[in-house]
Design a protein around this ligand. Structure first.
Ligand SMILES: NC(=O)c1ccc[n+]([C@@H]2O[C@H](COP(=O)([O-])OP(=O)(O)OC[C@H]3O[C@@H](n4cnc5c(N)ncnc54)[C@H](O)[C@@H]3O)[C@@H](O)[C@H]2O)c1
Ligand SMILES: [Zn+2]
Length: 701
């Protein structure tokens, strides 16, 4: 191969901006460099790697200038971290720990001592990688998990290749779990070889250093680029042995994912409800369609960061896209998953130590499907998505390593010792209790409207993933964008469509399943209001109410119900009907009748759904003026006219009409929906909850 490399091995661009950097102090330069490095997943995976600087600071105790080590703290991600993500330690105190270190058997005890070195009462927990930065006698140190470098580090001959690529610029240390001892070795190597620019760690990644933030950044990029161009120039043969099968067309891939995901979710959600993620990136398809898929997947991942997120190996499902055996794959899922779990249990038994924590969830995280792509499952959407991103890193590593040498996965016992490391277990134990709707997926029609938005926000605040379906595209896009800012990029998707269109509703539910792996909660809410004297009610107006309200709720509920049934995890359907579903109101016969139909439909579903654990309940709002688009148009004018008041006085009219003399807000409706959506109401089905501040005409009976 000749000419500049492209794609996976294209050179990383130097993004350093001197103008921007000129205004920054040392700590902010470190942050700037960290964010630049973390912005490209080829440089380091999400949450992977760390950066540091040794900075002169005034000691708050003495006023004297001391060297302070700023180093990324435990957790966090260098791409998105802020200054508070760094821990700060007195460098001389950290170095003095060398005198109390008692050897490899006492590694874990050193972590507690890092706290004694804290500078300026910084509460950020110190990472176990801290000695790897502190003991290197250079001002700035980067540690990244670059795919191209790990590809070299995961070959069977990493030391030889490191020398071949880098000459004596970069040193080599064999695989060893990060900690105090590795920090000592790295520091010694750097001290003995002042001209070294860094070190490749076998099976792990890259350390680089420099006298300034800018120089350190430049060296990190240069060393990754060297590995990339060497890989590009030396790769032999087709990646992964060439294609064994052809990918299905995009539509068919999504359809297959939509069928498979609830089936997998049903079988792996016993301990905790799982959320799924589907990926069909080109590098994923190239791998899952390749001849070497089974062989390479079985070897497991190499970088510890990768397998902590993905488990040591994925589960390959035996789909033959040409034969179209998806149903057979689903029929065989129990056996495939049982075999994976048995294999994982055997690994646990082979490797466990006397004090190892109990075996964790033995289900696979990553599922590879030839012709279709990759599915991943975890306790929430960000974790499932990040696991998929990590497996893409692992694919890139296997691609690079197997094209120039033989790829080697991490030794099984080492992998186990990291996975079941007591410090890692302590981190898991410290995790906050999951929210009440964690792992649940909700579809909300009319999600861009006043009540729909409030429902979505309430469910997301309890940890649910939400798909908003709405016919109003502009409002939908705006709502989803706002929610992603508040609740995170993974919390919500928007599906544009008309609830009266059977195919559109089916597609909205399918898109939800592909986005999150299944459906647990369906809130039928999309609606309109209309008014007309009975004799003036046109067939068009009548049909419109029946279509959007009765039929729309029917289609939405039926499509969600089908997924819930296949998924076998129960579910909750919540209908937003109306006070007018129970109380006849003059001048709105079409609306009232359609709303009454919704209530009766919910009861019918409650009957059929009960044996499946699928509940159906109704929330009846009344006079929710704030935020509602219904109350902005013609309806508002008509209601004001029929009450003989100004439009602005309507809210007060309805307040006075209620028994409790209170206004009803979208958040009040959302609270009732949350109750029915969650397990709080596990024993309620076929019920109605009025949220109308009290109205005798609509008392349920
Ligand atoms: N606001 C109230 O006082 C009140 C009282 C009783 C019942 N309700 C019911 O509550 C629900 C929500 O009403 P809201 O007050 O939030 O109104 P809203 O107009 O603010 O929201 C309704 C949403 O549904 C969407 N929608 C309408 N037709 C659709 C279709 N065919 N397909 C997909 N989406 C469609 C709209 O675009 C809108 O975003 C409705 O069913 C309504 O009948 C409201
Ligand atoms: Zn690392």
């Amino acid at each position: 191969m000749s000419g500049p490399a492209t794609g996976l091995y294209a050179p990383l661009p130097d993004l350093w901006d001197d103008g921007h950097a000129a205004g920054l102090d040392e700590a902010n330069l470190l942050l700037y460099r960290s964010n630049l490095l973390g912005s490209d997943l080829r440089i380091t995976n999400f949450g992977g790697g760390n950066t540091s600087a040794k900075i002169d600071e005034a000691d708050p105790l003495t006023g004297e200038t001391v060297k302070v080590l700023w180093v990324k703290g435990s957790g966090g991600d260098i791409g998105s971290m802020k200054l508070d993500g760094f821990s700060t330690l007195y460098l001389d105190k950290l170095l003095s720990l060398k005198s109390v270190y008692r050897g490899l058997a006492h590694e874990d005890a050193m972590v507690a001592l890092f706290n004694h070195c804290t500078f300026n009462l910084n509460p950020r927990a110190t990472s176990i990688d801290t000695p790897l930065h502190g003991f290197v006698p250079h001002a700035h140190v980067d540690h990244v998990h670059a795919d191209a470098v790990i590809a070299i580090a995961a070959c069977e001959n990493p030391e030889t290749l490191t020398h071949e690529i880098y000459g004596d610029e970069i040193g080599y240390l064999p695989w060893q779990r990060p900690g105090f001892d590795l920090g000592l070795k790295l520091g010694d190597l750097a001290a003995a070889n002042p001209r070294l620019k860094g070190v490749v760690l076998g099976g792990h990644g890259l350390f680089t250093w420099g006298p300034t933030s800018k120089a350190c950044y430049a060296t990190t990029l240069a060393m990754i680029n060297k590995a990339s161009s060497w890989l590009a120039a030396n790769s032999k043969g087709a990646a992964f042995g060439g294609a064994a099968v052809a990918a299905l067309p995009p539509e068919a891939r999504r359809a297959a994912a939509a069928k498979l995901m609830p089936e997998i979710r049903k079988r792996i959600s016993a301990g905790e409800r799982k959320i799924g993620h589907f990926s069909e990136a080109p590098e994923v398809l190239e791998f899952v369609n390749s001849r070497d898929l089974n062989g390479l997947a079985a070897l497991g991942t190499s970088c510890p960061d990768h397998f902590l997120r993905t488990k040591i190996r994925p589960l390959v499902l035996p789909l033959d896209p040409a034969a179209g055996n998806l149903d057979a794959v689903i029929a065989g899922l129990d056996a495939s998953l049982d075999a994976y779990r048995a294999d994982y249990a055997a690994y646990y038994q082979r490797c466990k130590r006397p004090h190892s924590p109990a075996m964790r969830d033995p289900n696979a995280v990553i599922y590879l499907v030839p012709g279709v792509g990759m599915l991943s499952f975890a306790k929430d959407k960000p974790t499932a998505r990040v696991a998929a991103e990590f497996y893409v890193n692992a694919i890139n590593v296997m691609r690079g390593a197997s094209s120039v040498s033989n790829y080697v996965g991490l030794d099984e016992q080492e992998a186990f010792d990291i996975e079941y490391w007591l410090l890692e277990e302590a981190k898991l134990q410290r995790m906050p209790k999951p929210k009440t709707l964690a792992g649940r997926v909700a579809v909300i029609t009319g999600g861009a409207g006043g009540i729909g938005r409030a429902i979505a926000a309430r469910l997301m605040s309890e940890g649910a993933c939400v798909a908003l379906a709405d016919i109003d595209k502009a409002s939908l896009d705006e709502t989803v964008a706002t929610f992603r800012k508040t609740f995170g990029r993974d919390a919500a998707i928007g599906v544009h469509g008309d609830v009266t269109d059977e195919a559109a509703v089916a597609s909205a539910v399918r898109e939800t399943v592909v986005a999150y792996g299944g459906v647990d909660i369906v809130v039928a809410n999309a609606g309109i209001a209309s008014a007309a004297a009975f004799e003036d009610t046109s067939l068009e107006l009548w049909n419109r109410n029946i279509a959007i309200l009765a039929t729309g709720y029917f289609l939405t509920a039926r499509e969600g119900y089908k997924v819930m049934k296949d998924q076998g995890l129960g579910g909750s359907l919540v209908f937003i009907a109306s006070k007018n579903a129970l109380a006849a109101s003059s001048g709105a016969s079409a609306y009232c009748t359609a709303k009454a139909a919704e209530v009766h439909l919910a009861r019918c579903i409650a009957l059929e759904g009960a044996p499946l654990g699928i509940r159906a309940n109704v929330v009846n709002p009344d006079a929710v003026l704030r935020g509602s688009k219904i109350w902005q148009g013609e309806w508002r004018a008509q209601r004001a006219a029929s009450n003989k008041v100004a439009e602005d006085d309507l809210e007060e009219v309805y307040r006075q009409r209620s028994l409790l003399k209170r206004s009803v807000y979208p958040e009040d409706i959302a609270e009732a929906v949350y109750y029915f959506a969650s397990d709080l109401s596990a024993k309620s089905t076929g019920n109605i909850l009025n949220v109308d501040a009290g109205n005798a005409v609509s008392f349920a009976r």
